[in-house]
Design a protein around this ligand. Sequence first.
Ligand code: 3H9
Length: 678
Amino acid sequence: MTSQTTDHRAPVRTERHGDILVIVSDSPPVNALSAAVRDGLEAAIKEGAADASIAAMVLRCDGRTFFAGADIGEFGKPLTGVPLPTLIDMIEASPTPVVAAIHGTALGGGCEVALGCHYRVAVPSAKLGTPEVKLGLLPGAGGTQRLPRVIGIAAALEMIVLGNPVSAKAAAAAGLLDRVVGEGTLEGDAIAFAREVAGKRPIPRVRDRHIEPDPAAVDAFREAHGRKLRGFDAPGACIACVVAAGEKPFEEGVAFEREQFMALMNGTQSAAQRHIFFAERQAAKIDGVDPATPLRPVRHVGVIGAGTMGGGIAMNFLSAGIAVTIVEMQQDALNRGIGVMRRNYEASAAKGRIPADAPDKAMGLLTPSLSLDALAGCDLVIEAVYEEMSVKKELFGKLDAIVRPGAILASNTSYLNIDEIAAATKRPGDVLGMHFFSPANVMKLLEVVRGAQTSPDVLATVMALAKKIRKVAVVAGVCHGFIGNRMLMPRQVEANKLLIEGATPEQIDRVHVAFGMPMGPFQMADLAGVDIGWHRDPTRIENIRDALAAEGRWGQKKGAGFYDYDENRTPAPSPRVAEIIDDFRAREGASPREISDEEIVARTLYTMVNEGALILEEGMAQRASDIDVVWIYGYGWPVYRGGPMFWAKTEGVDKVVAGLERYGFPVAKTLRNGEALK
Ligand code: 3H9
């Protein structure tokens, strides 16, 4: 076997293995199909096609993955190099067969390249997918036309419109792979496969396959998934393209796909979703901390509190295979907490979301205890106890004496001052905040609160650990409510004032839901509990919330809050709440007026942006995009609006500033000069 290697510095090289030309892309970290890669592939395919001694070509990638898609960083910039659709057409038109040899994740344009190849083989651990919809796009290099021709309309809808990748096994079963090869022998196996198929004619081309329309599959898909796709532009365009694949000749389908792709690419939603893709990755970077900082090992985690929060926190680690000791004060509370955790796991297994043996595996890593002493050997201890400074300080003082030196001590507080908590220990450098969001085993956001004395390696360790437990972590500074809850406050204050001035809870919630939030501020209060943070004195009624709490209108759990609920928890406007609001209006001498939706937006959303700008000015967030990540992953801000700071940019700084001024809010300096939105 001879092996010749061409230019080593280029991202694409060719190697001859007898009559097989192996084309290798080496463009770390993920072999994104940048202009240089596309040009290199074009040259390599031409080389193979022009050489009569080459019987077949194998296309593979070095590094951790096959092409993970088009280079997202190139989007929105002038096109250079050969366009991806042209390259894929060229591969498909090659008179010499091309075999895609896949490992890692063949995503988006990467999957489309594989579909342009004449054959596809992959290792068992490989995944294939078209996640463009998550970037507000659709597979725009022929993917919407080729994929349905290979796996059928119904399966293509699942992959293209939901954007979730499939395993090699599933891909092979669906006909997307011709063979699953050995895990460690991809290149050799792909070459052997290429020799098997080299002489077969005609060369199979996906574009030549014919499929029938399948309106029943399209209706069933819409029925099953329509609700969760509400507000997004891309899924509808994806569906239209897949439908076109069944109805139009290939070339016409591709032209339709191109038109739809360009419309999405030039729209605000995709810009917002691309912004979030990079923002999420940027959030992991810590200002002023060397990325090479050695991390502390975290093999055993302690959690204090087995309530909803503590149990949820513990599950994150157990699911990631990390041992947890959980401590409660009373046996029955401990038993209850552990029972809830097990039932949560079993429900996931019953729905097929995790393997059948996963609940036992996870619960096998859990050690319950009634004593803090059981935490002595932990590498990280997270407390999730009552939100009261004196309680936390006492606990941290005790932990300091019990837990081994060098272990990290974290508080799950949502508001309290981490520096004050750290001062209760002799190791303030090892203390920080880990603010999980409820339900903690589900919500992706983790605010990591950096105290004045938190050591860089402690912060770096916890940020890396967050990725391991599949959270999106954002560094926050010490301030009341950190990033997320601090921005919630002006929204809450204004929403309450608007009620007095003439709005209804229904109107305010409707504006928020129409904006794309999963629920409005009053629906959220009812879900979380109107009594949360209540002073518990029914005779002390200072605001509408106090009045509701005093009457036992604690929200959904009581069947009454800002809304009345029936037994299915369906909300209805409450005449009693209207009376309470009227009482307050009378008490404050306010005569209700017509409130416009525009005023609600300015006073409840622009004020959040303003608070975000203050948070940046004070250095409590590292960058504006971190604030966006907090709101997307912690509070359900619609991802197609890109988070509050990105959204404010799309609204226009001038409009936001004018809106704030119209209603008398002092405008943050960096919002006024646009710096906060950069
Ligand atoms: C598309 O293909 C459109 C076509 O249909 C039509 C075109 C005409 N481009 O996530 P990680 C960077 S749209 C540029 O931390 P992991 C990423 O920013 C594309 N950069 O690693 C990060 O940079 P940094 C469809 C990219 O191991 C670094 O690589 N494809 C791209 O956790 C490591 O990333 C997708 O949507 C890219 N395509 O996960 C797939 N991908 O180190 C998007 C990654 O500076 N990618 N980077 O922060 C992914 O889902 C994950 O990155 C992947 C690896 C699963 C591949």
